[in-house]
Design a protein around this ligand. Sequence first.
Ligand code: NAP
Length: 491
Amino acid sequence: MTANISEVLSRVPTGLLINGQWVDAQDGATFDVENPATGEVIATLASAGEADAMAALDAACAVQDEWAATSPRERSAILSRAFDLVQERAETFATLMTLEMGKPLAEARGEVTYGGEFLRWFAEEAVRDYGRSFPAPEGTLNMITRRKPVGPCLLITPWNFPLAMATRKVAPAVAAGCTMVLKAAKLTPLTAQYFAQTMIDAGLPAGVLNVVCGNSASAISGPVMADSRLRKVSFTGSTPVGKTLLKAAADNVLRTSMELGGNAPFIVFEDADIDQAVEGAMGAKMRNIGEACTAANRFIVHESVAEEFSKKFADKIAALNLGNGLEEGITCGPLVEKKAQDSIASFVDDAVEKGATVLVGGEKLEGAGYFYKPTVLTNVSPDMRVTQEEIFGPVAPIITFSEEDEALKIANDTEFGLASYVYTESIDRMFRVADGLEFGLMGANAGVISNAAAPFGGVKQSGMGREGGAEGIEEYTTVQYIGIRNAYANK
Ligand code: NAP
């Protein structure tokens, strides 16, 4: 490990954040964090158990009323300072993400920009949390609505975007006046720990944000969600875990935001600009090594342009430089863990056994780290797992179609409904297809569309609720309606 990396790691608090203090777990438990590019342990953190999780919730509940009473301007100023600090600390954040998650440094820097923007956006939204004023139809009441913080929240984040998934939840919760217990993924907790310290450095009062990561996710979420003081759970992760949490949320009728898995179609029509589509496909598939909920999972390409698209796409994929993301010139990193590497291999093996052709890639990289060669598959059929399940890795299956209706049918033939992509030069077709696609997001001639200003979220089993945009803060507020007697009515 170079001195520089040891120095970066030494900035990360290793305890649990409870009521403004970094503390050890009550039973002294710890867990290790690995670098997926080398398999080396890079840090050891305190591992929260039930008692620690409850201490975190106690801290959040104790300051909820006081925090809700702060002015929107005060909360906005904290978020603005946090935004500035994230920019100052960008290189540390980026290095941490590459170290614990594997994405190339250039992409990790991109995530610092993307993730940081949620702090700036919600600093701006904090002071614009408007209600409405309107008359009762009968004229008997003046009706007003106000937005109030929903209350203490449990925020659970995945490993694939260690900074952005935390800022996308913490920033609107701060803006709305909610207190929080944050549980980051055990594979990538370092960025979240450093981000929490950054929030404290920006002036966030003790107890507003508490962070408890650990070996057992359910030991944290279970008791916290069973406590009736908790008012909301916001989860980003896989659909099966989301369903478990939805069931647990029913007992206390918690507000829920669920950002779950995807199976994004990427449709290329015969009238598309093929070079632009290939460029977009690289972003939609290879951003984050394919480990993104928005990742294009199925390339649905018109038969008349399939050969050209496949060849150009495969050439670009073959030119990617696979390796340790901290090294110069690396454009594709390792998968996050051995289990993920094995899972990708099994997807490709299943497709090949059922008749798919490997245009490029198709195997693990031997040696240390969890690398899989970026892969393009053709002759793909609907019985293959690559078309039915979320791949979550650098594998691009290409399916062909002949009619627009057929493309839509294939695209919608999934229980998921998060991202979708359409390449066409026809504006009429673009809107017609948007009408037909059962997805919460659509990129039109664009392969990467995530943005702090946009409402992000899915339909069907991809979840409910929206993060980012004007909608993002609403997830952390409840509407109170006040009906005021109209003294002049019926005179
Ligand atoms: P995951 O296994 O569902 O884990 C997500 C988070 O949930 C982690 O913090 C995990 O903790 C925690 N968790 C796991 N089991 C739990 C349980 N029984 N109770 C409470 N918490 C539990 O998902 P992942 O592998 O980290 O992330 C990949 C998935 O996230 C993909 O399906 C992807 O599509 C989805 N995703 C969706 C979005 C979106 O916005 N829609 C964005 C990014 C990712 P541990 O780390 O301790 O296991």
